[in-house]
Design a protein around this ligand. Structure first.
Ligand code: PEP
Ligand code: MG
Length: 757
C-alpha cells in the first residue's frame, strides 16, 4: 500500500471547508486525525492545541493513542519533541523517538510503542496555534515528502482553528480547560490529586446531574400516589432532617448551627409543597411532580445574583431526593449517602458538612480544591480527590469506585485484586497510625525533648487530639464557624466554641489563630470585595485590621475563653512589624474594655506572629523582638516565597518545601526566635513531613503542630534521629544553593522529597 499524500491534502481541505466550521470542533479534529493517519499509513496521528496564556499544548484529538489522553496530556512549550517543534516554529522528524533527548514519556497512553515521530507546528504567521503529530511503529518511517504534506495540512488547520475561535468568540478550548490534574493511567484508573487522604469504596453519584438519582429511582411516570401520600412524605422528610440537624449539632457543635435550616424552610414553604400537591391533584404522577417543582427551584436559585441563594441549589435537590424516596416508602437508612462517592464540580464547606452527616464515603471534585474544603474533609476523615473535569464527567452514575485519596487515584470497577490490595494497605495504615503506640512525651534518639501539638480545624478534631496525646493545640483555624454560617457569628456564640476548645484541652496550651479568610477562603455573606488576585488581597490579618468590629468580637471571645486557660493568640499573614503592633494594640484595647466591664480574661495571653510571608522573614529579628512567639505557616510561606499558588495544579511541581530559599528562611526564623529566647513552632503541612523532619530538628525546631493522626509517624521518626546528626544534615543542606543538589542530598539518605505539594 502506498501513502497518498496528495489525496490527503485535498481530503482535509474538503473536510475543513466553511460549511464544516460550525460543527462540533472536537468531532472535526477527530476526523482530521483519522484521515491523516489513514492516508499517511501512520499508526498514530494527534493534534495538540496551544494555549498562549498558559504556554501549554494540550492533546485535543488522537487516532492511535489512548482516547482518555485527550484533554489531559499536556506539554509545556519546549517540552518533548512536539513542545520543541512549536517553540522553535519548525517541523521535527525523528527516526527513533526513544533515542531523542527531547522525548517525553507519558505512562498509560501507549506512546512508547511508536518509534518514528514527525511533528509539525500549526502556525498562523509566527503565532503558535498547535501541533500536528504523526507516529509509526517502525523507525525512520517518515520521509521529507511526509513533512511537506503535513506542513500543508497544518497550514489549513491553522485557518480552521482560527475561524472556530472567531465564531465562538472565545479562546480556543476555554470551555474544556482542564481542571486539576494530569492524565488517565488506563481506562479504569483515573489519576488526580489528593485533597484529603484515606480510602473510600462506593458507588458513583454525580451531584450535578440533577436530583434523585442516588437511590433506586423509579420511573418518573410511576403513578398511584395521592396528595395524602405526599403529605406523609413531607412529614417523614421533616422528621429526618430535624434528626439529622440534632445529630450534627451534637457532633459538630461549632459548625453545625442550623446547617439544615434551608431544607426545613423550603419544606415549610407553601409555594414549594403546595405546588407539588397541586400537580399531583391534577394528575401528575408524584415523582414527576416533585422533580418538576425541584427543577423550577433549582433554575431560579442557580440564576440568583445572591451567592447565599445560589448556595441553596444543593439543598433543594437533596430535599427532592428525600421527598421522592419517602413518597416511595423507602426506609430511613436509604435516605442518606452511605455507600456513595459523590462527584461534584464544586462543593461548599457547608455541603461537605451536610453530606458527611449523611454518611457520604468520599468526594471527587472537578474544580480546584479550596484549601478549606480540603482541610474540612481531612478533619471529617472523608477522602477527597480532585480530578480533571473531563475525567470526572466520564464516570457513570452507579459505577463501583475505589478511591485511593492518598495517591489521588480513582479505580473504576475495581477488580477483586484491587479490593484485596487495598484491604491490606488499609490494615497496614492502621498499624502505622495506631494511637496506642504514641507516648506522652516525644524524645529524639539522644533524649532531647520535642513537642507535638495538634492542628484543630473543627471541634470534632479534639477527640483525636486527646487520643493521639497532643501536648496542646498549636493552631486553631478559627474560620470554620465563620465559613458555614450566614453571617458573622456574634461574640457570645464564638465564646461558646472557643471555651469548649479550652476546656477539652484541660489546661494544655491552646493557640488561637485569628480569622484567616480571603484568598481561596471566601465568606458568601461578605462579598463586597471582588479581587483579581485574592491571595494578594484582603486576606487574614488585613481583613481583621480593616474590619475592627469583627476583629474585636473575635478577640474578646478568645480572651474570655482563655480567662483560666493557658491560651495564646496569633495573627495570620503578618507582613510587617507594623501589622503586628496594630493587631496587638487592638488586643490591648479589647483587654481594657473587658477589664472595664468586669469580664474575666488573662493579661498574660501571649501574642504571636505567623511567619508566612517573605516580607516577614526579612524583618524577623524585629518581629521576634516584639512578639511573644513565632509560628511558621509553611503552607503559605512556600506559596508566597516561591510565588506558587498552593491551589493551582498547573504549578504544583514548583511548590517545593526543599527549595533552598525555604530552608534558609526557616533557619532564619528559628535563629531569630532562639536568639531572643522566644518560642518558635511550625504548623503547616511541612511539620509532619518525615522527609524534612531531620532538617527541621537540625535548625532547632522543637515544637511541631501537625494533623494529629500523623503523630505516630512523626514521633517514631523523631525517636530515630539524634539531634547532632540532624544539625549536621541541616548545616549541609543550608550550604546547597540548588534544588537539584538538595534533592540529591535527600535521595542519598533515603529521604526523597515529595515531588509535589
Ligand atoms: C500555613 O499557611 O501553613 C497554615 C498553617 O495556615 P493555613 O494552611 O490555614 O493557611
Ligand atoms: Mg496560612
Amino acid at each position: 500500500m502506498k501513502k497518498r499524500n496528495v489525496d490527503l491534502v485535498c481530503d482535509i481541505a474538503e473536510l475543513i471547508s466553511l460549511e464544516e466550521v460550525g460543527r462540533d470542533r472536537r468531532e472535526l479534529l477527530q476526523k482530521v486525525v483519522t484521515s491523516v493517519a489513514k492516508h499517511m499509513m501512520a499508526d498514530v496521528c494527534s493534534i495538540y492545541i496551544y494555549d498562549e496564556e498558559e504556554k501549554v499544548l494540550t492533546l485535543r484529538a488522537t487516532q492511535g493513542l489512548e482516547p482518555a489522553a485527550i484533554g489531559t496530556v499536556k506539554l509545556q512549550l519546549g517540552e518533548g519533541i512536539t513542545g520543541r517543534a512549536v517553540r522553535e516554529l519548525r517541523p521535527i522528524c525523528v527516526g527513533s523517538a526513544s533515542q531523542s533527548s527531547s522525548y517525553k514519556f507519558f505512562p498509560g497512553i501507549h506512546e512508547e510503542e511508536y518509534e518514528a515521530f514527525l511533528t509539525v507546528p500549526i502556525l498562523r504567521g509566527l503565532r503558535r496555534i498547535g501541533a500536528l503529530v504523526v507516529q509509526a511503529r517502525d523507525a525512520n518511517y517518515f520521509t521529507p515528502n511526509d513533512v511537506k504534506a503535513l506542513r500543508a495540512i497544518a497550514a489549513q488547520l491553522a485557518t480552521m482553528i482560527e475561524n472556530v475561535q472567531l465564531l465562538s468568540g472565545a479562546r480556543v478550548e476555554a470551555e474544556a480547560e482542564p481542571q486539576p490534574v494530569r492524565r488517565t493511567l488506563s481506562e479504569n484508573i483515573l489519576r488526580g490529586r489528593s485533597a484529603s487522604t484515606g480510602t473510600a469504596r462506593g458507588k458513583a453519584y454525580t451531584l450535578a446531574s440533577g436530583h434523585a438519582e442516588s437511590c433506586l429511582l423509579p420511573d418518573p411516570e410511576s403513578n398511584g400516589h395521592t396528595v395524602a401520600d405526599f403529605e406523609l412524605a413531607i412529614e417523614k422528610t421533616a422528621q429526618q432532617i430535624e434528626k439529622l440537624q440534632r445529630q450534627t449539632s451534637e457532633e459538630l457543635a461549632d459548625v453545625a448551627v442550623l446547617i439544615f435550616s434551608a431544607h426545613l424552610l423550603i419544606l415549610e414553604d407553601d409555594q414549594f409543597t403546595g405546588r407539588i400537591s397541586n400537580l399531583i391533584r391534577t394528575g401528575t404522577p408524584g415523582v414527576k411532580a416533585i422533580a418538576t417543582v425541584v427543577d423550577e427551584y433549582v433554575e431560579v436559585f442557580s440564576k440568583s445574583k445572591m451567592p447565599l441563594i445560589r448556595e441553596k441549589v444543593l439543598d433543594v435537590k437533596d430535599l427532592g431526593n428525600r421527598l421522592t424516596r419517602n413518597l416511595l416508602n423507602e426506609t430511613d437508612e436509604e435516605c442518606d449517602y452511605r455507600g456513595q462517592i459523590i462527584i461534584a464540580h464544586e462543593l461548599l464547606p457547608s455541603d461537605i458538612l451536610k453530606l458527611s452527616a449523611e454518611n457520604v464515603e468520599g468526594f471527587i471534585i472537578s474544580s480546584g480544591v479550596t484549601s478549606h474544603n480540603a482541610i474540612i474533609c481531612r478533619s471529617l476523615g472523608i477522602p477527597m480527590v480532585a480530578l480533571a473535569r473531563e475525567l470526572a464527567d466520564g464516570i457513570p452514575d452507579g459505577e463501583a469506585l475505589l478511591m485511593d485519596a492518598e495517591q489521588g487515584i480513582v479505580y473504576l470497577k475495581p477488580s477483586d485484586e484491587v479490593y484485596a490490595k487495598y484491604r491490606e494497605l488499609d490494615a497496614a495504615w492502621k498499624v502505622l497510625h495506631d494511637a496506642a503506640d504514641v507516648k506522652e512525651e516525644t524524645r529524639a534518639k539522644c533524649g532531647e525533648r520535642v513537642h507535638i501539638y495538634a492542628n484543630i480545624n473543627l471541634l470534632s478534631d479534639l477527640k483525636p487530639a486527646r487520643k493521639f496525646k497532643a501536648e496542646g493545640v498549636g493552631l486553631y483555624r478559627s474560620e470554620f464557624p465563620f465559613i458555614v454560617r450566614n453571617d458573622f457569628p456574634p461574640e457570645d456564640e464564638q465564646y461558646v466554641i472557643y471555651k469548649k476548645l479550652v476546656d477539652q484541652m484541660e489546661g494544655k496550651t491552646v493557640t488561637f489563630r485569628t480569622l484567616d479568610i480571603g484568598g481561596d477562603k471566601m465568606l458568601s455573606y461578605y462579598s463586597n470585595v471582588n479581587e483579581a488576585n485574592p491571595f494578594l488581597g484582603m486576606r487574614a490579618i488585613r481583613f481583621s485590621l480593616r474590619n475592627k468590629d469583627i476583629f474585636c468580637q473575635q478577640l474578646r471571645a478568645f480572651l474570655r475563653a482563655g480567662a483560666e486557660g493557658n491560651t495564646r493568640i496569633m495573627f495570620p499573614l503578618v507582613s510587617s512589624v507594623d501589622d503586628f503592633i496594630n493587631a496587638r494594640t487592638i488586643v490591648y484595647e479589647c483587654m481594657d474594655e473587658l477589664e472595664a466591664e468586669g469580664i474575666p480574661f488573662s493579661r498574660e495571653t501571649q501574642l504571636g506572629v505567623m511567619m508566612e510571608l517573605p516580607s516577614a522573614v526579612e524583618v524577623v529579628d524585629e518581629l521576634a523582638a516584639e512578639a511573644d512567639f513565632l509560628s511558621i505557616g509553611s503552607n503559605d510561606l512556600i506559596q508566597y516565597m516561591l510565588a506558587v499558588d498552593r491551589t493551582n495544579e498547573q504549578v504544583s511541581s514548583l511548590y517545593l518545601a526543599h527549595h533552598p530559599a525555604i530552608l534558609r528562611a526557616i533557619n532564619r526564623i528559628v535563629s531569630a526566635a532562639m536568639t531572643l529566647g522566644k518560642d518558635v513552632s511550625i504548623c503547616g503541612d511541612l511539620s509532619a513531613d518525615p522527609r524534612m523532619l531531620p532538617f527541621l530538628l537540625g535548625v532547632g525546631l522543637r515544637n511541631f503542630s501537625i494533623d494529629i493522626v500523623n503523630a505516630p509517624t512523626v514521633q517514631r521518626m523523631v525517636n530515630n534521629i539524634a539531634i547532632k546528626d540532624a544539625e549536621e544534615m541541616a548545616d549541609a543542606m543550608l550550604d546547597l544553593g540548588r534544588i537539584s543538589q538538595i534533592e540529591a542530598f535527600l535521595l542519598e539518605r533515603n529521604l526523597a522529597p515529595a515531588a509535589e505539594a
